[in-house]
Write a protein that binds this ligand. Sequence first.
Ligand SMILES: CC(C)(COP(=O)(O)OP(=O)(O)OC[C@H]1O[C@@H](n2cnc3c(N)ncnc32)[C@H](O)[C@@H]1OP(=O)(O)O)[C@@H](O)C(=O)NCCC(=O)NCCS
Length: 174
Amino acid sequence: MLSLITPTVEYEDSYQSYLDELGSAERYPFTLDFEFNDFATLVARLNNLSLGIDLPDGSVPSTTFWLVEDSEIVGVSNLRHRMTERLRLLGGHIGFGVRPSAQGRGVAKELLKQTLTQAGHLGMSEVLVICLEENIASSRVIEANGGRLESEYSVPEYDGLLRRYAIPIDKVAT
Ligand SMILES: CC(C)(COP(=O)(O)OP(=O)(O)OC[C@H]1O[C@@H](n2cnc3c(N)ncnc32)[C@H](O)[C@@H]1OP(=O)(O)O)[C@@H](O)C(=O)NCCC(=O)NCCS
Protein backbone atom coordinates (compact mmCIF):
# COMPACT_ATOMS: atom_id res chain seq x y z
CA MET A 1 0.00 0.00 0.00
CA LEU A 2 1.24 3.47 -0.89
CA SER A 3 0.45 6.14 1.70
CA LEU A 4 1.11 9.85 1.38
CA ILE A 5 2.42 11.42 4.58
CA THR A 6 3.96 14.70 5.67
CA PRO A 7 7.56 14.60 6.92
CA THR A 8 8.24 13.00 10.27
CA VAL A 9 11.47 12.11 12.09
CA GLU A 10 10.75 8.36 12.07
CA TYR A 11 11.83 8.11 8.44
CA GLU A 12 15.39 9.37 8.86
CA ASP A 13 17.08 6.14 7.70
CA SER A 14 14.78 5.77 4.73
CA TYR A 15 15.25 9.41 3.73
CA GLN A 16 19.02 9.02 3.91
CA SER A 17 18.97 5.86 1.81
CA TYR A 18 16.73 7.67 -0.74
CA LEU A 19 19.36 10.42 -1.04
CA ASP A 20 22.11 7.80 -1.29
CA GLU A 21 20.29 6.13 -4.17
CA LEU A 22 19.92 9.43 -5.99
CA GLY A 23 23.65 10.04 -5.68
CA SER A 24 24.64 12.94 -7.91
CA ALA A 25 21.43 12.79 -10.00
CA GLU A 26 19.33 15.93 -10.12
CA ARG A 27 16.84 15.92 -7.27
CA TYR A 28 13.10 16.46 -7.67
CA PRO A 29 11.42 18.10 -5.89
CA PHE A 30 13.72 20.90 -4.76
CA THR A 31 13.32 20.19 -1.04
CA LEU A 32 15.51 17.08 -1.50
CA ASP A 33 18.38 19.55 -1.94
CA PHE A 34 17.98 20.93 1.59
CA GLU A 35 21.13 20.18 3.53
CA PHE A 36 20.90 19.03 7.14
CA ASN A 37 23.00 17.83 10.03
CA ASP A 38 20.09 17.19 12.30
CA PHE A 39 17.10 15.38 10.73
CA ALA A 40 14.59 16.88 13.17
CA THR A 41 15.67 20.34 12.01
CA LEU A 42 15.08 19.33 8.40
CA VAL A 43 11.62 18.00 9.23
CA ALA A 44 10.80 21.23 11.08
CA ARG A 45 12.03 23.27 8.11
CA LEU A 46 9.84 21.30 5.69
CA ASN A 47 6.80 21.62 7.88
CA ASN A 48 7.43 25.35 8.39
CA LEU A 49 7.57 25.77 4.63
CA SER A 50 4.09 24.34 4.48
CA LEU A 51 2.88 26.77 7.14
CA GLY A 52 4.52 29.75 5.43
CA ILE A 53 7.06 30.16 8.24
CA ASP A 54 10.63 31.29 7.37
CA LEU A 55 9.90 31.41 3.66
CA PRO A 56 12.80 32.51 1.46
CA ASP A 57 12.14 35.74 -0.48
CA GLY A 58 9.88 35.13 -3.45
CA SER A 59 8.78 31.69 -2.24
CA VAL A 60 5.19 30.68 -1.60
CA PRO A 61 4.13 28.14 1.03
CA SER A 62 4.55 24.58 -0.21
CA THR A 63 3.89 21.19 1.34
CA THR A 64 6.33 18.32 0.94
CA PHE A 65 4.83 14.84 0.90
CA TRP A 66 6.50 11.47 1.18
CA LEU A 67 4.93 8.43 -0.43
CA VAL A 68 5.61 5.50 1.87
CA GLU A 69 5.50 1.78 1.09
CA ASP A 70 6.43 -0.82 3.72
CA SER A 71 8.09 1.82 5.93
CA GLU A 72 10.23 3.12 3.04
CA ILE A 73 9.95 6.48 1.33
CA VAL A 74 9.50 5.60 -2.36
CA GLY A 75 8.48 9.01 -3.71
CA VAL A 76 8.55 12.69 -2.81
CA SER A 77 6.33 15.52 -4.01
CA ASN A 78 6.05 19.21 -3.26
CA LEU A 79 2.77 21.10 -3.67
CA ARG A 80 2.96 24.86 -4.06
CA HIS A 81 -0.04 26.56 -2.48
CA ARG A 82 -0.06 29.53 -4.88
CA MET A 83 1.12 30.42 -8.34
CA THR A 84 3.62 33.13 -9.18
CA GLU A 85 4.76 34.34 -12.58
CA ARG A 86 8.03 32.47 -12.11
CA LEU A 87 6.32 29.24 -11.03
CA ARG A 88 4.05 29.51 -14.06
CA LEU A 89 7.18 29.17 -16.22
CA LEU A 90 9.40 27.02 -13.99
CA GLY A 91 8.10 24.65 -11.37
CA GLY A 92 4.33 24.76 -11.64
CA HIS A 93 2.22 23.71 -8.66
CA ILE A 94 3.71 20.25 -8.15
CA GLY A 95 7.20 18.77 -8.35
CA PHE A 96 7.73 15.04 -7.88
CA GLY A 97 10.25 12.25 -8.11
CA VAL A 98 10.53 8.55 -7.33
CA ARG A 99 13.31 6.58 -5.64
CA PRO A 100 15.35 5.00 -8.46
CA SER A 101 14.81 1.43 -7.22
CA ALA A 102 11.03 2.02 -7.11
CA GLN A 103 10.70 3.44 -10.63
CA GLY A 104 8.86 1.77 -13.49
CA ARG A 105 5.95 0.25 -11.57
CA GLY A 106 3.41 3.03 -11.30
CA VAL A 107 4.67 4.72 -8.13
CA ALA A 108 4.84 8.18 -9.74
CA LYS A 109 1.28 7.91 -11.05
CA GLU A 110 0.07 7.16 -7.54
CA LEU A 111 2.27 9.88 -6.04
CA LEU A 112 0.85 12.53 -8.36
CA LYS A 113 -2.69 11.23 -7.89
CA GLN A 114 -2.51 11.46 -4.10
CA THR A 115 -0.81 14.86 -4.29
CA LEU A 116 -3.65 16.10 -6.52
CA THR A 117 -6.11 14.94 -3.87
CA GLN A 118 -4.21 17.11 -1.38
CA ALA A 119 -4.42 20.05 -3.81
CA GLY A 120 -8.17 19.55 -3.83
CA HIS A 121 -8.17 19.68 -0.02
CA LEU A 122 -6.44 23.06 -0.29
CA GLY A 123 -9.33 24.25 -2.45
CA MET A 124 -7.56 24.17 -5.82
CA SER A 125 -9.69 23.38 -8.86
CA GLU A 126 -6.79 23.11 -11.29
CA VAL A 127 -3.04 22.69 -11.00
CA LEU A 128 -0.21 23.37 -13.42
CA VAL A 129 2.53 20.76 -13.78
CA ILE A 130 5.65 21.40 -15.84
CA CYS A 131 8.20 18.98 -17.25
CA LEU A 132 10.88 18.91 -19.90
CA GLU A 133 9.56 17.73 -23.25
CA GLU A 134 12.26 15.06 -23.27
CA ASN A 135 11.04 13.63 -19.95
CA ILE A 136 8.68 11.05 -21.45
CA ALA A 137 8.06 9.25 -18.16
CA SER A 138 6.99 12.48 -16.47
CA SER A 139 4.67 13.40 -19.37
CA ARG A 140 3.01 9.98 -19.15
CA VAL A 141 2.51 10.32 -15.41
CA ILE A 142 0.92 13.75 -15.86
CA GLU A 143 -1.28 12.63 -18.76
CA ALA A 144 -2.39 9.53 -16.83
CA ASN A 145 -3.62 11.90 -14.13
CA GLY A 146 -5.75 13.95 -16.53
CA GLY A 147 -3.11 16.47 -17.63
CA ARG A 148 -3.93 18.53 -20.72
CA LEU A 149 -0.95 19.98 -22.59
CA GLU A 150 -1.43 23.73 -22.32
CA SER A 151 1.80 25.11 -23.67
CA GLU A 152 5.29 24.26 -24.94
CA TYR A 153 7.97 26.91 -24.59
CA SER A 154 11.64 27.49 -23.88
CA VAL A 155 13.35 29.36 -21.05
CA PRO A 156 16.96 30.48 -20.70
CA GLU A 157 17.48 28.17 -17.69
CA TYR A 158 17.06 24.92 -19.69
CA ASP A 159 18.05 23.52 -23.04
CA GLY A 160 15.07 22.02 -24.82
CA LEU A 161 11.38 22.69 -24.52
CA LEU A 162 9.27 22.75 -21.39
CA ARG A 163 5.74 21.40 -21.34
CA ARG A 164 3.11 22.94 -19.12
CA TYR A 165 0.09 20.80 -18.35
CA ALA A 166 -3.15 21.81 -16.66
CA ILE A 167 -4.84 19.17 -14.52
CA PRO A 168 -8.42 19.77 -13.41
CA ILE A 169 -8.73 18.40 -9.92
CA ASP A 170 -12.21 16.99 -10.48
CA LYS A 171 -10.87 14.84 -13.34
CA VAL A 172 -8.20 13.07 -11.32
CA ALA A 173 -7.93 9.42 -12.39
CA THR A 174 -9.26 6.97 -9.83
C1 LIG B 1 9.54 10.66 -13.91
C2 LIG B 1 9.47 9.68 -12.74
C3 LIG B 1 8.86 10.41 -11.56
C4 LIG B 1 8.57 8.50 -13.17
O1 LIG B 1 8.47 7.63 -12.06
P1 LIG B 1 7.96 6.12 -12.19
O2 LIG B 1 7.49 5.70 -10.85
O3 LIG B 1 9.01 5.31 -12.85
O4 LIG B 1 6.73 6.28 -13.17
P2 LIG B 1 5.58 5.22 -13.41
O5 LIG B 1 6.07 3.84 -13.07
O6 LIG B 1 4.38 5.72 -12.70
O7 LIG B 1 5.44 5.19 -15.00
C5 LIG B 1 5.06 6.30 -15.70
C6 LIG B 1 5.08 6.05 -17.19
O8 LIG B 1 6.36 6.39 -17.70
C7 LIG B 1 6.85 5.33 -18.48
N1 LIG B 1 8.28 5.33 -18.30
C8 LIG B 1 8.97 5.10 -17.18
N2 LIG B 1 10.29 5.28 -17.41
C9 LIG B 1 10.40 5.62 -18.70
C10 LIG B 1 11.49 5.96 -19.55
N3 LIG B 1 12.74 5.97 -19.08
N4 LIG B 1 11.23 6.27 -20.84
C11 LIG B 1 9.97 6.28 -21.31
N5 LIG B 1 8.90 6.00 -20.56
C12 LIG B 1 9.12 5.66 -19.28
C13 LIG B 1 6.18 4.11 -17.95
O9 LIG B 1 6.15 3.09 -18.93
C14 LIG B 1 4.79 4.65 -17.65
O10 LIG B 1 4.05 4.82 -18.83
P3 LIG B 1 2.85 3.85 -19.26
O11 LIG B 1 1.98 3.69 -18.07
O12 LIG B 1 2.21 4.60 -20.37
O13 LIG B 1 3.52 2.60 -19.65
C15 LIG B 1 10.85 9.11 -12.37
O14 LIG B 1 11.46 8.62 -13.53
C16 LIG B 1 11.76 10.13 -11.71
O15 LIG B 1 11.77 10.28 -10.49
N6 LIG B 1 12.55 10.83 -12.53
C17 LIG B 1 13.45 11.86 -12.01
C18 LIG B 1 12.68 13.06 -11.49
C19 LIG B 1 11.72 13.64 -12.51
O16 LIG B 1 11.99 13.64 -13.71
N7 LIG B 1 10.58 14.13 -12.01
C20 LIG B 1 9.58 14.75 -12.80
C21 LIG B 1 9.90 16.20 -12.87
S1 LIG B 1 8.63 17.06 -13.80
